[in-house]
Design a protein around this ligand. Structure first.
Ligand SMILES: Cc1ncc(COP(=O)(O)O)c(C=O)c1O
Length: 386
């Protein structure tokens, strides 16, 4: 993977030139890349309304850029809601997509104008009926994300399609507005066919409910669109082409409203996470492996290296031929704080303390996942260029 596969020359040089004086570790985000990715997704999915998944990177600077481009927003909590409202984002542009919420969260969101909620359980629907009367409800179904998603969806959110039908009927009975069905195929989903099987399930639910007098109006296809990391993914236009085909096959000229909640695909490539080598050492004189300890690890920015799931493209200006003998680890005393061991990131053989390692495509799910002071390390700072 070359830098130019991810960032245009001007975008990269702006990042590269702006960083030498800043103390590591930190994330630097080029907001022009966020704009470029939003335009790319809008062009590829002209039939969809985009709701940025705030959890991917809730920096106000990013939210403001997306607000100005007309994006909607998918929130997971009232804390994300507060941030959006503070930025002048209208409640009509916000979808509360987390099926798990307290009564007090529902009440707060409703009082602040939120009228679109996602659910997957009877308990939540009864709370919504009481504390968000008349709200539009999207019911989330389970999908088989399989092993093709690099950060897969588990069984935590969503319900079986048959249960979804029962829940939608309950919504009607309780005075809520049955509005749509949602799914999430798992993040960084490489298998486009998962959208097909998920849309087939949605179609069956729509048909079944139509027979019972309920016309569903919306499909929320969630997230899952990929960013460019080390493992290759198909271009976005291929995803768009295939997904559009599945929609046309299932709905013909009667396409319902389509909503998508991209997180990673909008902001990952805009960010570069810059770290410094703390030390390079070995475990014994007969062991060829070298351990590189850097100042960012699983607990301050790199959590998606769990199970070596996400493989960030790496850039390093140190001297020497590229070598695969390095095991990369973070700065804390926690034994889990190893980033890559099975996956060997090629790094220059003369890598030394003080050298910088740049992790590309790191704008999503890095800073928002940082611990607040594990081993005393503060959350990672973000800087912006444009
Ligand atoms: C409900 C929901 N929508 C959208 C997303 C964003 O997914 P992605 O970053 O893969 O686009 C997530 C992420 O987990 C999510 O939970």
């Amino acid at each position: 993977m070359k830098i130019s596969d991810i960032l245009h020359a001007k975008e990269w040089s702006l990042i590269r030139q702006s960083t030498d004086a800043i103390q590591t570790p930190f994330l630097i985000v080029n907001l022009n890349v966020v704009r470029r990715k939003y335009e790319e997704l809008s062009k590829n999915f002209p039939f969809a309304k985009l709701f940025y998944a705030v959890k991917a990177n809730p920096a106000p600077e990013i939210l403001s850029v997306l607000r100005d481009m007309g994006s909607g927003f998918d929130i997971a909590s009232i804390y994300e809601l507060d941030r959006l409202l503070q930025l002048g984002i209208k409640p009509e542009q916000i979808s509360y997509s987390n099926p798990v919420k307290k009564v007090s969260d529902i009440r707060y969101a409703y009082e602040h104008g939120i009228r679109l909620f996602t659910t997957d359980s009877e308990c939540d629907i009864r709370n919504l009926a009481e504390y968000a009367p008349g709200a539009k409800i999207i019911c989330r179904i389970l999908t088989e994300g399989g092993n093709a998603a690099e950060w897969s969806s588990s069984r935590k959110s969503g319900c079986h399609p048959d249960t979804a039908i029962e829940l939608v009927l309950l919504c009607r009975e309780l005075g809520l507005e049955p509005y749509g069905i949602s799914f999430h195929v798992g993040s960084q989903q490489r298998d486009i066919a998962i959208w097909s099987s998920s849309l087939n399930k949605v179609t069956r639910i729509f048909e079944d409910l139509a027979e019972q007098g309920i016309q569903m109006k919306l499909i929320n296809m969630g997230g899952g669109l990929p960013a460019k990391y080390i493992s290759r993914v198909k271009p976005m236009r291929t995803y768009a082409h295939e997904i559009s085909k599945y929609l046309a096959n299932n709905f013909g000229d009667h396409l319902p409203e389509i909503m998508m909640e991209p997180g990673r695909a909008l902001v990952a490539e805009a960010g570069v996470l810059i770290t410094e080598v703390i030390q390079v050492s070995g475990k014994s004189s007969v062991d060829p492996d070298k351990w590189v300890y850097i100042d960012a690890g699983k607990f301050n920015g790199m959590i998606e290296t769990i199970g070596e799931s996400i493989e960030y493209p790496v850039y390093c200006e140190a001297e020497g031929e590229l070598s695969q003998q390095f095991i990369l680890a973070g700065p804390t005393c926690d034994s889990q704080d190893i980033l890559y061991d099975d996956t060997r990131v090629p790094l220059p053989e003369w890598l030394n303390q003080g050298d910088r390692i740049y992790f590309l495509s790191a704008g999503a799910y890095t800073t928002s996942y940082c611990s607040v002071e594990f081993n005393g390390y503060p959350p990672m700072k973000t800087y912006f260029v444009q």
